[in-house]
Design a protein around this ligand. Structure first.
Ligand SMILES: [Zn+2]
Length: 450
């Protein structure tokens, strides 16, 4: 791993008080060792210098909720609401192989890195065999992305095929095996969780995952209140007004829990999120694609809830591009509230960086540019026609910049994309393998009935 000196940079540190400034960043052994204004007196002999003229240097983006393998399912089931769409997504478990997970996830990682993402939360929920999770993790490891692998569980539900419905005890033994197998990994950490309560989880599972997470000191990830239909299910089956209220009796909302979506939550439930320190992953493109509704992001931010940003899987997004997602998040709140000033670009950028790090329990490691943090950095070229002239750097990162303005990506001090070339991955080979996997998967899916 090279020691890096990044000069001539417009640094956007995303620290609580840090305004953008011109300066340089130094890294050593994967750690940020200096962030200063101006120019360094000299480069050290052991340093590799990157001239960032024309670029913003900012923390790598954090995708707080995705399903990487779903790039194989881009634009396959459209025009469906959540439940009929989920029936097909879950039904795929009958034909998905470990190789689909590897080939698809690696293509997803390639897209993520190429659009400036340095950390993902991979919310895993289809486990017809243990190898499916292993192969997803292997793809993440090969890509160099930092990741939280949230190995979640389904143990109930009419739309869940038997092959991926697990007994809680059995599934948690698998989570335990993952924790043991990767206990020395500095790249991948773990969560568990109920996948989509209550539509595919029993109350027994909710108790079990809470106990397991406490025993092992890990967090929980869940899809929460994504559509009206999920809230309706909790009303009918459990007599509760909302999913967050329902989950509260099992202690699921907590400081190390991340709730994806949280579209249909009441003000009282937002208060529960705040009191318990629960984070939310807002996934606006997916919510719009499935016609779910608009998450009360402004209300959550006003009440002090930590909100992160996610793409969700490409089956409902259709990309892994967080620049797209940042712009969508901003515009959606403006139009929803009929108020152009209701959310600030800085708040959106915070959600995509330190907000995500905090949600995933990684804020001591990444999410800002600060001495002592791991060097997860991206260089975004603002010296391009659609980004010039620069009048407001926060707004222009959110509203003007595009994924392929990302020139260089550094993860843990290692350059993984330089001048838009992958240094560690053979992108042509990954693409070819994903196409083969896609053809095979589509052929198998064509024989299914849903
Ligand atoms: Zn999801």
């Amino acid at each position: 791993m090279a020691n890096l000196l990044i000069t001539n940079a417009l640094i956007v540190p995303m620290t609580a008080v840090g305004q953008p400034f011109n300066g340089y960043v130094r890294t050593r052994d994967g750690v940020i060792t200096a962030v200063n204004q101006g120019r360094p007196q000299q480069a050290l002999l052991v340093e590799q210098t990157i001239d960032a003229a024309g670029c913003v240097v900012m923390p790598g983006l954090i995708n707080a909720h995705t399903h990487l393998y779903q790039v194989l399912l881009r634009a396959v089931w459209e025009d469906l609401e959540l439940m009929p769409w989920l029936r097909r997504i879950y039904g795929c478990a009958r034909v998905l192989t470990p190789n689909h997970f590897y080939a698809g996830s690696l293509l997803g990682c390639l897209e993520a890195i190429g659009s400036g993402v340095t950390t993902v939360c991979e919310h895993n929920f289809l486990n017809p065999s243990p190898e499916c999770a292993f192969e997803t993790i292997r793809a993440i490891q090969d890509s160099r992305l930092r990741a939280v692998f949230a190995r979640t569980i389904m143990d109930d539900g009419e739309i869940v095929p038997d092959c991926t419905k697990e007994k809680p005890e059995h599934a948690l033994r698998h989570v335990e095996a993952l924790l043991a197998r990767f206990k020395n990994s500095t790249q991948v950490t773990f969560m568990t969780g109920p996948n989509t309560p209550p539509i595919n989880t029993t109350t027994e599972l909710l108790k079990e995952v809470r106990r397991f997470a406490d025993d092992h000191g890990i967090g929980l990830s869940a899809h929460v209140a994504e559509s009206h239909s999920v809230v309706e299910a909790v009303r009918q089956q459990h007599g509760k007004n909302g999913v967050v209220e329902f989950l509260q009796q099992f202690g699921i909302p907590a400081r190390n829990s991340i709730f994806a979506h949280s579209v249909h939550v009441s003000n009282d439930e937002i208060a529960i999120l705040k009191e318990t320190g629960t984070s939310v992953s807002h996934n606006p493109v997916s919510n719009m694609m499935l016609g779910d509704g608009v998450a009360p992001v402004v209300e959550m931010l006003r009440q002090g809830v930590n909100v992160a940003l996610g793409t969700d899987g490409a089956a409902s997004n259709h990309s892994q591009d967080l620049f797209d997602t940042m712009k969508a998040a901003s515009l959606l709140q403006k139009v929803h509230h009929h108020d152009a000033g209701v959310i600030k670009p800085y708040e959106i950028l915070r959600m995509a960086t330190i907000g995500g790090a905090q949600a995933l329990g990684l804020d001591a490691l990444c999410g800002t540019i600060e001495v002592g943090k791991r060097a997860d950095l991206i260089l975004v070229d603002l010296d391009r026609v659609h980004n010039q002239p620069v009048n407001d750097v926060f707004s222009q990162i959110v509203h003007c910049a595009k994924a392929n303005d990302v020139q260089t990506v550094i993860i843990n001090g290692e350059i993984v994309l330089r001048e838009r070339r992958f240094t560690r991955l053979d992108d042509k080979k990954i693409l070819a393998a994903a196409k083969v996997a896609n053809r095979d998967l589509m052929e198998r899916v064509s024989r299914l009935s849903f």
